[in-house]
Design a protein around this ligand. Structure first.
Ligand code: IFM
Length: 471
């Protein structure tokens, strides 16, 4: 190479760096996010993107039933077609790799891969084999969730998560999947957000199966956590080389006043959202304060259950979205008091990145058994529109940058965070809000199934390319 060529490639490189540093997404120099071993990926979930709900032997799930029930989902939307990913998976994975994502978090639809008798549905299993194979061929790390809420309806008909037997059926499902897909998976996650399955599904009825009773919620949670513990042992046995974890959605609260009652309300909010799941997993016991919030709602716990639930984890997945301001309800609980004048997303959720930092630091200090953490979901919904072939999602770009900075600050405080997955790769079926709320870094036109890369994804791709090019 001539001297001139060296100089001009140096100039080009420093221009690229300064351009990268001045764009509205790229992390500052010195940030832990520049380290190549900090994994950056995108996440999705089966029911939210796949569609093809009656194809190739897939059985109905509780979300097929729930979304077909009038009044349960905005505009009567269902996951019947969603992003048609079951048919477009190859081009979707090509899109993911063209955006330079290093990891992909997906979930398996239990009703697609197993029949009522517990036998494999070959066509369903093969779908995930092909998908994971293509990801591996492209050097993408695979993070696979076994349960992202699409419980087979035939199990719900026998009591769903209120029936202890469902935990054992889940372990059978984990056994089948790890025997079939072991070697294709870098990290298994047993459950996504058991809080949502238990509380929204059985406690207030906003999600499938739509039951509303606090005692149901606590019993469902116990069986979900038991299912996690049983499945983790099976995964360890069948697929020792992979990592095993679970994903918890965590909530940050603030007290509406300095009164002792409101401070207690804020504490109880975090007990209900975080400690309800994290204490059993990381301490082997339920938090006692939960029973002051919900007297007489203690679940039936059998001998040995807490030991099973408290099995060691290789990592903990954390999903974080927003903060909730609360005050005492005058009895033993809390009520929400929305803060005025704060930035909110299309979901109405407050944008509060400091909450992610503070929760991570708090977990690091309070749980000696805390394993390494991956942020398995973070992102926001906005009313994104395509104009001249582009989507300028400026609010999302700032959101992602600020939340990544919050993760960076937590790392600087000693928290072992290994990676971050943006929710979501694609706009998709946002549960009770149907297709109206758009979380993707790629826009989906549901009429044509046309994908349009949003500016957020372009900037992430640019950063990842720059990072990869640094020796
Ligand atoms: O879309 C959901 C996802 O399925 C679970 N975590 C929260 C996301 C946004 O609501």
């Amino acid at each position: 190479m001539t001297q001139h060529a060296v100089e001009s490639s140096d100039t080009a490189r420093s221009e690229a760096v300064s351009d990268a540093l001045s764009d509205p997404f790229t992390p500052p120099a010195g940030s832990a996010l520049w380290r190549k071993n900090f994994l950056l990926g995108a996440a999705t979930a089966s029911y939210q993107i796949e569609g093809a709900v009656s194809e190739d032997g897939r059985l109905p799930s509780i979300w097929d039933t729930f979304s077909a029930t009038p009044g349960k989902v905005l505009h009567g939307d269902t996951g019947a077609v969603a992003c048609d990913h079951y048919h477009r998976w190859e081009s979707d994975i090509e899109l993911l790799t063209s955006l330079n994502f290093e990891a992909y978090r997906l979930s398996i639809a239990w009703p697609r891969v197993m029949d009522e008798a517990g036998r494999p549905n070959r066509k369903g299993v093969d779908f995930y084999k092909r998908l994971l194979g293509k990801l591996k061929d492209n050097g993408v790390q695979t993070f696979v969730t076994l349960y992202h809420w699409d419980l087979p309806q035939h199990l719900e008909d026998r009591g769903g998560w209120l029936n202890r037997d469902t935990a054992y059926r889940f372990a059978d499902y984990a056994d089948l999947m790890s025997r079939e897909l072991g070697g294709h998976v870098d990290a298994w996650m047993t459950l996504n957000e058991p809080w949502c399955s238990a509380f929204l599904g059985y406690g207030n009825g906003h999600h499938a199966p739509g039951l509303a009773n606090t005692r149901y919620a606590t019993q469902a949670m116990h069986h979900l956590l038991l299912a996690h513990g049983l499945a983790t042992a099976v995964l360890r046995e069948n697929d020792p080389a992979s990592k095993k974890g679970i994903v918890a959605n965590v909530g940050k609260s603030s007290a509406n006043s300095l009164s002792a009652e409101d401070k207690r309300a804020a504490h109880l909010f975090e007990v209900q959202h975080n400690a309800w799941i994290l204490d059993p997993l990381l301490k082997g016991e339920y938090p006692r304060d939960l029973w002051s919030l919900w007297p007489e709602a203690e679940p039936l716990v059998l001998d040995g259950d807490m030991r099973t639930i408290h099995a060691p984890l290789d990592f903990l997945g954390i999903n974080y979205y927003f903060r909730t301001n609360v005050q005492s309800d005058g009895a033993h609980g809390y009520t929400e008091v929305p803060l005025a004048g704060v930035e909110r997303t299309q979901m109405g959720w407050e944008v509060y990145p400091e909450g992610l930092r503070d929760l991570l630091i708090g977990f690091h200090r309070n749980y000696p058994a805390l394993p390494p953490i991956y942020i398995t979901e973070n992102g926001m919904a906005s009313d994104d529109r395509v104009s001249d072939g582009r989507v300028d999602d400026a609010q999302r770009i700032a959101f992602l940058k600020r939340h990544l900075a919050a993760v960076d600050q937590a790392i600087a405080e000693g928290v072992d965070v290994r990676g971050y997955f943006v929710w979501s790769l694609l706009d998709n079926f946002e549960w009770a809000f149907g297709y109206e709320r758009r979380f993707g870094v790629v826009h989906v036109d549901y009429r044509t199934q046309q994908r349009t890369v949003k500016r957020s994804a372009q900037l992430i791709a640019k950063f990842l390319q720059e990072r990869a090019s640094r020796a």
